[in-house]
Write a protein that binds this ligand. Structure first.
Ligand code: ATP
Ligand code: MG
Length: 234
């Protein structure tokens, strides 16, 4: 049987008496890529905060089966640290020396397309490279299960697309289970096995679009699905 890495059942959450999450259920299987799309302020990041136990749900069940990493919305690199020290920070926080932490990450720079930039500082990198460095730091924390909140949010559409291709290739080399929040429906369609469409707040799961079957990924069908999502969010 396939392993379930994250299972949310009927999660409810209110802030100051305002209901934000209305019986959210979600299931992430091992190796799967799920995207969440939904209106701004609907409660998407709140779901990630509940999965990662930064905040508690009011009711419902949260089950995480594995080691989690979380790339926050608007995650930043530390400007005064070079890239390799930024990326290896999770190891230093665990008590490793700077040198050992660097040694542990240096081989991964090639995989993340950052070879030669180890000793540069964040403001010497392009937007896409900074996002990859952020991604790499998340990945080093754990690539068993990754929560990615708008990981390519600040990028222009061309860079964004090349980052998606890069992520598809990375997943072929290194298996991982991912939940990603995005505002970009094309990005969700391009990357995901399943898309969860959230309503405006209080967020409910309006629909789960299953794209696991590669046969469904023909152009005509994808145009239909995109239209369906846009209609649901209208
Ligand atoms: N810790 C908190 N305390 C009080 N209210 C909160 C807290 N976290 C989130 N909220 C509120 O919950 C609602 C949902 O916020 P959340 O950040 O989950 O939305 P989102 O779907 O991620 O939005 P966006 O797409 O803009 O990032 C918002 O109204 C927000 O103000
Ligand atoms: Mg958010």
């Amino acid at each position: 049987m396939e392993k379930v890495k994250i299972k949310l059942e009927d999660i409810e959450k209110s802030f100051d008496g305002n209901k934000i999450l209305d019986r959210i259920s979600l299931s992430l299987k091992e190796g799967e890529f799920i995207s969440i799309v939904g209106p701004s302020g609907s409660g998407k990041s709140t779901v990630f905060n509940i999965i990662s136990r930064l905040i508690d749900a009011d009711s419902g069940n949260v089950d995480v089966n594995g080691k989690l990493s979380y790339m926050y919305q608007n995650d930043l690199l530390l400007p005064h640290k070079n890239i390799i020290d930024n990326v290896s920070l999770p190891y230093v926080l665990k008590g490793e020396s700077k040198k050992i932490a660097r040694d542990k990450v240096k081989e991964l720079f090639g995989v993340f397309g950052l070879s030669g930039y180890e000793m540069r500082f964040p403001d010497e990198l392009s937007g896409g490279m900074k996002q990859r460095a952020n991604f790499m730091r998340t990945f080093i924390t754990s690539h068993d299960i990754m929560l990615l909140d708008e990981p390519f949010g600040s990028l222009d559409s061309i860079t964004r697309y090349s980052m998606q291709e890069w992520l598809i290739n990375l997943r072929k080399k290194i298996p991982t289970s991912i939940v990603m929040i995005t505002h970009d429906i094309d990005e969700a369609l391009n990357l995901s096995d399943k898309i969860y469409v959230f309503s405006d707040k209080p967020a409910k799961v309006l629909e789960i679009i299953d794209l696991t079957d590669e046969g469904k990924r023909n152009e005509e069908n994808m145009i239909h699905i995109k239209k369906d999502i846009l209609d649901l969010l209208a």
